[in-house]
Design a protein around this ligand. Structure first.
Ligand code: SF4
Ligand code: SF4
Length: 348
């Protein structure tokens, strides 16, 4: 990997250059929470002034720019004796500025399922390939446990990755197009002082994390504690609203429906993201529900995150971003559920 430094004024110029040719998405402050903390979302920006790179987290992850909540897979129309079908993939170049390491790691996990499996999704691939990604280092967010899951740092999956050194950014170049784009502005080779400042910045970030959660045994624990009362305790708090999966950067379950016009001449095949916590998630033809109880649905959500995905891809699906905890009206959060499982195991 190549490293460069760029002074902040030059980086601003780089964003201006990108705005001319890309749809630029970045963290924007949209509100203030009741506790006084700013609320950010990834939204299109028209100018640099709208970007706030010094953000903690966003309510909704950037997943929505790769896996929209709702999209037409195809639209069709009957015309006399013939019919036509249109399938379109988004091709407009896009840049997402300011993704944190956990969110880039989340995209790498989605890639495994949606881009590298036997049947890659062309819809996902077109967006992924046409999105220029600029990541940025940051101090730990409240409630995040990314370091426990090894997602607090990232070394691929981006075009450029920034670490703030005060008057300049230390830039890791992660792709050829990142290199070409960065060279549109004035950059400098990294010297000894830059390296020392970068390592000091990384040490400061590492020291700001709280104690790690011990997740090494978690995949086995999910099997051992399959019938644990821990699932009843946390399941009783769940409203089955599905919000956790909607904000999660790695949840990708979906349903497909046909929407047909009243005169049966036009229609669309519509894909919509779904959540395994919703009451009808496991309903099959004939009406039988394989998971009628909310504690069972909650358990399987954790089981997929920390057991099933590990079996399929050798790593957990969860990146520890903490978004599901923030949005959950029932006060359910993964670190507490995992601690309960660990304590339950220690007692037995
Ligand atoms: S956000 Fe909370 S209450 Fe809603 S489905 Fe998820 S765990 Fe249940
Ligand atoms: S399960 Fe929760 S903490 Fe883990 S990646 Fe999804 S939203 Fe983030």
């Amino acid at each position: 990997m190549l490293f460069r430094t760029v002074v902040k004024d030059e980086f601003r110029r780089l964003i201006e250059i990108m705005l001319a040719s890309h749809e630029v998405i970045g963290p924007r402050k949209i509100d203030t929470a009741m506790d006084g903390r700013p609320v950010h979302q990834f939204l299109p920006v028209q100018s640099l002034a709208e970007l706030d790179l010094d953000y903690e987290t966003t309510g909704i992850s950037a997943k929505t720019y790769f896996l929209p909540y709702k999209e037409n897979l195809s639209v069709w129309r009957f015309d006399a004796d013939d019919w036509t079908q249109e399938i379109s993939y988004r091709l407009q170049p896009r840049a997402i500025i300011g993704l944190h390491a956990c969110d880039i790691n989340a995209l790498l996990k989605l890639d495994k399922v949606l881009a590298r499996e036997f049947f890659p999704s062309p819809y996902y691939l077109s967006r992924r390939n046409n999105t220029f990604i600029v990541g940025i280092d940051h101090e730990p967010c409240q409630g995040a446990f990314c370091r426990s899951l090894g997602t607090d740092t990232v070394d691929r999956g981006f075009d450029l990755f920034l670490t703030d050194l005060g008057d300049r950014y230390f830039v890791a170049v992660g792709s050829e197009r990142g290199f070409t784009t960065l060279n549109k502005v004035t950059v400098a080779e990294v010297d000894e002082q830059d390296t020392a400042d970068y390592l000091a910045a990384r040490r400061k970030i590492a020291a700001a994390f709280g104690p790690d959660l011990d997740v090494k045994l978690l995949p086995k624990l999910m099997d051992i504690e399959f019938e644990s009362p821990v699932w009843d305790k946390w399941g009783a708090k769940c409203f089955s609203c599905g919000s956790c999966a909607m904000v999660c950067p790695t949840c990708y379950c979906y349903g497909v429906s046909e929407q047909v016009s009243m005169d049966f001449t036009r229609g669309a095949k519509v894909k919509q993201l779904y959540s395994c916590n919703l009451v009808d998630f496991a309903v099959v033809a004939g009406g039988h529900n394989f998971r009628p109880q909310r504690q069972t649905r909650l358990k399987y959500r954790y089981y997929h995150q920390h057991r099933g995905f590990v079996e399929a891809y050798d790593e957990p699906k969860c990146v520890g971003c903490g978004r599901c905890s923030r949005v959950c009206l029932g006060g359910i959060n993964p670190p507490d559920v995992i601690r309960d499982l660990l304590e339950e195991e220690a007692r037995s």
